[in-house]
Write a protein that binds this ligand. Structure first.
Ligand code: ADP
Ligand code: MG
Length: 238
């Protein structure tokens, strides 16, 4: 676990007229759970992908646990990712999907099995371990996706709209699950969502973004009761 700091982070895609993310400053405390909230296209996923190292940074700094990670390979950043479209490998059983990254890191087989079993218990997916992804429901896939992100014991857990493809009932159920897991494991967590209720329900603090620019970063209560500007008021008030 670690503190995550973004300093004047900026992303300009080639051929884009305006930055996707502009001068973003955020300090996420060790163990804190924050949400990046805003409408589609406001730069949430770009921010997350830069933190993960899947997207280059135009300028600014990303620090994890006080270490500058701008130039580190994604696998050396200590981040765990569960992305909306981050597909499981279809030919591999759930167990091997979970073990894949640990194997790539050269962990001993015994330790890998121990960790996979432990995370499977935590996320209550033990009975899925010997199935292949095609046999899973979308809710089960999301659980496995999250297990895969957590099994590496990341310093920072990054979730990009992990609940967006689920029906309302499952979404509420998994929300509760995520909340419980966070209380238990205290991963420093950044969740991306365009759903203000989800952000309010999950996050210690919410970073509201619009057109690549941070509008407000505060507790759900403050953001809701004392919006910094009209955009925040409008977006939360929907
Ligand atoms: P969000 O996740 O908040 O919906 P994104 O971070 O995906 O927003 O996108 C922010 C902006 O950057 C949008 O205008 C989007 O069109 C643009 N964008 C995203 N990815 C790319 C890309 N790979 N190349 C060019 N433009 C992109
Ligand atoms: Mg997105």
């Amino acid at each position: 676990m670690a503190e995550l700091i973004l300093k004047a982070l900026k992303k300009v895609y080639t051929q884009a007229q305006s930055p996707a993310v502009d001068q973003l400053n955020l300090a996420v405390r060790d163990g804190e759970f924050i949400a990046l909230l805003g409408p589609s296209g406001c730069g949430k996923s770009t921010t997350l992908r830069m933190i993960a190292g899947l997207e280059s940074v135009t300028s600014g700094e990303i620090r994890i646990g006080n270490k500058l990670v701008n130039d580190l390979h994604p696998k050396d950043r200590g981040v765990g990712l569960a992305f909306e479209n981050y597909a499981l490998y279809p030919p591999l059983k759930v167990r091997d999907n979970l073990a894949f990254n640990l194997r790539a890191h050269g962990l001993a087989a015994k330790e890998i099995n121990r960790r996979v079993d432990e995370i499977a218990r935590t996320l209550q997916i033990q009975e899925l371990l010997d199935l292949k992804p095609a046999a899973l429901s979308s809710g089960q896939k999301q659980r496995v996706n999250m297990a895969r992100a957590m099994v590496r014991r990341p310093s920072v857990l990054l979730l990009d709209e992990p609940l967006s493809h689920l029906d309302a009932r499952l979404r509420v159920e998994l929300r509760t699950e995520i909340k419980r897991l966070h209380a238990e494991q205290r991963f420093t967590t950044v969740i991306v969502t365009h759903d203000q209720l989800e952000a309010m329900a999950l996050a210690d603090r919410i970073a509201v973004m619009n057109e690549g620019v941070l509008q407000q970063f505060d507790t759900p209560l403050e953001v809701f009761n004392h919006p910094a500007n009209e955009f925040v008021a409008g977006f939360l008030g929907e």
